[in-house]
Design a protein around this ligand. Sequence first.
Ligand code: UD1
Length: 423
Amino acid sequence: MDKILVHGGSRLKGQVMVSGSKNSALPILAATLLTKEECVIHNVPDLSDCHYMLQILNHLGAQVERASGTVTIKAEKIVTEAPYDIVRKMRASVCIIGPLLGREKEATVSLPGGCVIGERPIDLHLKGFEALGAAVRIDAGNVKVLAPNLRGTTINLRGKFGPTVLGTDNILMASVLAEGTTVIDGAAAEPEVVDLANFLIAMGAKIEGAGTRRIIVEGVKELHGAEHEVIPDRIEAGTYLVAGAIAGDEVTLRNVVPEHLHSVTEALIKSGFRIVTGTDQLTIFGNGKAGPLKIVTEPYPGFPTDMQAQMCALLTKGQGISILTETIFPQRFMHVPELKRMGANIEMEGPSAVVQGVERLSGAPVMASDLRASAALVLAGLHSEGTTEIHRVYHIDRGYESIDDKLNALGANIERVKEKSGA
Ligand code: UD1
């Protein structure tokens, strides 16, 4: 297992190329199961989560070839069962249920467990499948979904924490081959849902309203192969923007859709940073300390929960008192105890972290607990004195393509070393 050592205090300057979006790529790769024909997907990030998804597709019978960022998939003949061993490594593997159900009218997939950011149920996905006419059964840790006839209907997917992103993806993928019209109310409007819809449309699906709270799908008989380029990863981009705010003299992100980052750039500007927006690039000037912010995570276009931990890392050494409130995953604050070990002054009040900016942070051994919390620890290390030693970095490799190399290319001083056994 690797650990990452961040030697704090370097200044960052230069350009960083943003990779393809993990949260777009995963459902898009799953959607290739909807056709027997070949699909070619470009800009697939080289991440462990994407490798897991390709392994799952391979297990289901698809032929998968990968050359750099391009993946070619042909799922001519597939099976409909994905056991625990295959899906347990990644919660997002749940999004194979929709395409299996759409194409083969059945799926048996091991249920995802909870994870450190909360319980993460899939009740809304199952409610959607049932509304489309599927029988859903939980048996021996598996969810079995069976629907000899999938029929379009109106489904409200809104849950108590707002819309569900993968739930919307799943119902969308099941409904494109259903009979008649499906209306998904309370749909997630994230750019990743739009990207999936665009890929499905390229495959011959009839979808309107992706990117709004109401998506309308007119079922078609079959889908064909298609070629698609995954959108840039707005969360990876947001993470490098925060790195630029923390330690950047001038950092330019290339290959971004600035509109997708609006709530993040707005918050950073409010905090006192200068950002220059180009057509597909953003430049941040990181001189000075972050001003205090009140951030509330919300579904898109609101401030993303996936950026909350990174902003927390910035604000720990900011001015005054900042408050970060989670409305989507109220327990998503595993970074807080680790940041406190580095000298941060943070108090939890229910689903809010109250951050009193401190003058100095000091590097310490810390534990990565989930993807975005790990990114926050790397960022905190950039403005800490001494060395921050981050263990369990496999979390970070799930969602960031070579974060150490990309930050080092900007001038950071980060090492990746093998843990000694027993460490
Ligand atoms: C996706 C993203 C993740 C992001 C999250 C919220 C992927 C691979 N992951 O996760 O990075 O943090 O959106 O933007 O795209 N919920 C239910 N019942 C359900 C489904 C969800 O109650 O059936 C709840 C969840 O517990 C959570 C909220 O709804 O409180 C939103 O979750 P959801 O949008 O489904 O997250 P994911 O799609 O799993």
